[in-house]
Design a binder for this molecule. Structure first.
Ligand code: ADP
Ligand code: MG
Length: 320
């Protein structure tokens, strides 16, 4: 190892902290959540080959590793405070480390989220980040609050990340420019932190889309003890995805995954407040259905006919 463990941490992962009382370099970091707030904590583990492709640029990987964690804070309506980084590396490749750190800190700085500690070891490439955020006590958005009659919304667009993955797998081919756009969606997701915070006190439940819209909405439905009716045609999609065959559009939007958009519910009486929150956050939101008392997810296709359940409960693309 040309670069030792502590040199590596010093050179690439030690930055001065402003909000934390103590950052990298001691046995613990010290965070200072504002009085009256609760600490929101979430961890994601990313393994090469399973969660990202070896072809991804290190800068984009640094971005995505933090983005998926910030997305969890967003879904709770929490504001980021800081994060820790667990890093397993086959070798201390400086070009890789430099790119990875650049992507990681660019996103971290945009969200005022400081790196305060971590652990570094030699091993297969894997990245585990734990984020810490703060949320006014009792105001976190949970999966359990959806009520019959609520509207169901989704932010941004769905399905591009899955479309990009299918291009990598060779199942779909796209013109170069279209591929670049969906590849950005897959590799550079934008966590909806401002939207999550703006929805506190308005949304009744929220979740971020990591496994796919139908599956993640399903978590909200089960935790809330309700069901939902969704219009497949209403699910927002990019111009690139909208040019694909209808079957692909349906599957990518309903079961795609890796979108990191927010799916949330809100009472129908609060539509103007939802729109104001979306404007304030600068993120489009689309109303895609409603919450019902009857458990289960019903997806309506063209002309309001129910789609076969296997189109959204079973993912045909997914490899075991
Ligand atoms: P300890 O043995 O007490 O757990 P280490 O010797 O592993 O601490 O790490 C030294 C310091 O460097 C600690 O403050 C730790 O949080 C920090 N650190 C280690 N790896 C990373 C990393 N990848 N990113 C940020 N900080 C790190
Ligand atoms: Mg250690």
């Amino acid at each position: 190892m040309a670069l030792g463990e502590f040199e590596l941490i010093d050179k690439y992962f030690t930055r001065p902290v402003r909000r934390a009382a103590l950052g990298v370099g001691d046995d613990c970091a010290l965070l200072v959540p504002a009085p009256g707030t609760q600490l929101a904590v979430s961890t994601d583990l990313l393994i090469e080959g399973r969660h990202f492709l070896s072809t991804v640029l290190p800068e984009r990987l640094g971005h995505k590793a933090l983005a998926v964690n910030l997305s969890d804070l967003a879904a709770c309506g929490a504001r980021p405070l800081g994060f820790t980084l667990g890093l397993s590396l086959p070798q201390p490749d400086e070009a890789w480390l430099e790119g990875f750190a650049r992507g990681l800190f660019a996103l971290a700085e945009r969200h005022g989220c400081e790196l305060v500690g971590g652990d570094t070891t030699r091993g297969p490439l894997a990245i585990s980040i734990t984020v810490f955020g703060e949320v006014p006590a009792g105001q976190a958005l949970l999966r359990s609050g959806a009520r019959p009659g609520d509207d169901v919304y989704v932010s941004g667009t769905l399905g591009d990340a899955r479309l990009a993955l299918e291009v990598f797998r060779g199942a779909v081919s796209l013109p170069g420019e279209d591929f670049d756009r969906v590849r950005r969606a897959m590799e550079l997701p934008q966590p909806r932190v401002a939207l999550g915070a703006a929805l506190r006190g308005i949304a009744t439940a929220a979740v971020d889309v990591s496994d796919g819209f139908a599956g993640d909405l399903g978590h909200v439905l089960r935790r809330s003890g309700v069901g939902a009716t969704i219009e497949a045609e209403a699910l927002p999609r990019s111009a690139v995805l909208a040019r694909q065959p209808p079957e692909w559009q349906r599957r990518c939007t309903l079961t795609g995954g890796d979108d990191y958009e927010l799916v949330f519910t809100a009472p129908a009486a609060r539509r103007t407040e939802v729109e104001a929150a979306a404007r304030e956050a600068g993120v489009p939101v689309t109303r895609v259905g409603r919450i019902d008392a009857e458990p289960g997810l019903r997806v309506l296709g063209p002309e309001g006919r129910p789609l076969a359940a296997d189109l959204h409960t079973f993912d045909h693309f997914k490899t075991p």
